[in-house]
Design a binder for this molecule. Structure first.
Ligand code: GTP
Ligand code: MG
Length: 363
């Protein structure tokens, strides 16, 4: 037999020598169980107050959870963070799809982190359950901001009603503030009711526009223009600069037709390019001027108080409605009465009265 055949493979063990104990199975198991264990609400609160992102993300996941076991814990965490919140400025950004909201937030957010600010970006987008979370796609448009250690980007809670998403976003704002983020940016797509919801949770509301062909004001909902504290005409670059400047003149003229706001603040119209960054720092100056003015007059706090009151009432209304519509007896009587109303057997008011009677009797 040749020597070759006697050779043993390098993986074979020689008798008497066992492989070193490089892994400690029980230690691994301990780590695994620890990971599986959910942190307690106190641990989450401590983590958030320390600025720990994992704790922040986990707590937001709890807030977003539809599992009723998580509700109480989420409430505890929010409650524990509340006294550490409120120390930020909250800015809402709206505009039709494609106007450049995400690209703008990337440029604006980077400008802010360069100024030493800590920026959290949230989104209110009730349609995202259909589109599978549009801000997820946004993350690729916020390439720089995603990598920035002074920025935190969180996709919108999905699969929910606008009321549900809004509540979760409000609570997420509290957690982000407690974690030390001093500038909260909330993106919302300019369709449906979501901008009204965002308007009622921010201090400053910015409407993003692009210059169109000719009639700039066409198709803008008057209500949105009235809500805006600033209108920014984006994509003012290349061949677009001239048109953007024309649009600025038109919007300025239109804004002066609105009755003055109760802030002494005259909404501003500016142009910018989120790609070349031209005009971005001026927008922050405008926003800062607004905060300075409204903090001085007390309007800043007054508006937050009003918003808190509004959300308390909204929550009550929403839960009452939910409770009503989830009662099995109501569900079946509603079905019956709906048919009866359709067949003209009962008036809509009598049908409603009938349902409410049943509900109140059960309470
Ligand atoms: N030239 C130019 N293009 C821009 C500018 N800002 C955004 N864009 C482009 O416009 C397109 C849409 O930008 P997004 O930032 O995704 O727009 P959005 O408003 O967030 O869109 P949705 O999330 O779909 O509502 C992208 O192709 C951007 O590169 C700008 O200032 N100048
Ligand atoms: Mg976007």
């Amino acid at each position: 037999m040749s020597n070759f055949n006697k050779q043993v493979g390098s993986l074979s063990e020689k008798p008497g020598i066992s492989p070193p104990e490089i892994t400690n199975i029980s230690a691994i198991n301990q780590i695994k169980t620890k990971r599986r264990q959910q942190p307690s609400s106190d641990e989450l609160i401590t983590g958030i107050l320390d600025g720990n992102r994992t704790s922040l993300s986990r707590a937001i996941t709890l807030i977003e959870s539809t599992n009723s076991d998580h509700f109480q814990k989420a409430d505890e965490v929010v409650q524990g963070c509340l006294s550490h919140a409120n120390k930020s400025v909250r800015i809402g950004i709206t505009g039709v799809p494609g106007v450049g909201k995400s690209t703008f937030i990337e440029a604006f957010g980077k400008h802010l982190t360069e100024l030493g600010k800590k920026v959290a970006v949230l989104a209110v987008d009730p349609s995202s359950s259909l589109s599978n979370g549009s801000i997820l796609g946004d993350k690729t448009r916020m390439e720089e901001l995603v990598k920035d250690e002074n920025a935190f980007i969180r996709p919108s809670a999905s699969g929910e009603t606008l009321g549900g998403v809004a509540r979760k976003t409000r609570e997420t704002i509290i957690l982000c503030e407690a974690a030390g983020f001093d500038t909260i940016i909330i993106e919302t797509v300019g369709v449906g009711q979501s901008e009204t919801a965002v308007h009622s949770m921010v201090d400053f509301f910015l409407l993003l526009k692009i210059s169109g062909a000719g009639d700039e004001l066409q198709g803008i909902k008057r209500g949105i223009m009235e809500m805006a504290d600033a209108i920014v005409i984006n994509k003012a670059d290349g061949d677009n600069i001239k048109k953007a400047n024309q649009a600025k003149v038109e919007f300025n003229r239109a804004l002066h037709l609105f009755p003055p706001k109760n802030t002494n603040w005259q909404p501003k119209v500016t142009t910018c390019s989120s790609i070349t960054k031209e005009g971005i720092s001026e927008i922050w100056s405008t926003v800062s001027d607004y905060f300075e003015l409204t903090k001085e007059t007390g309007f800043f706090q007054e508006k937050r108080n009003e918003q808190n009151h509004f959300w308390m009432m909204e929550t009550i209304n929403e839960q009452l409605k939910q409770n009503f519509y989830n009662q099995p007896e109501i569900i079946s009587l509603l079905k019956e009465n709906k048919k009866a109303v359709q067949n003209n057997e009962i008036s809509p008011f009598a049908a409603a009265h009938d349902l409410l009677q049943l509900y109140f009797k059960k309470q």
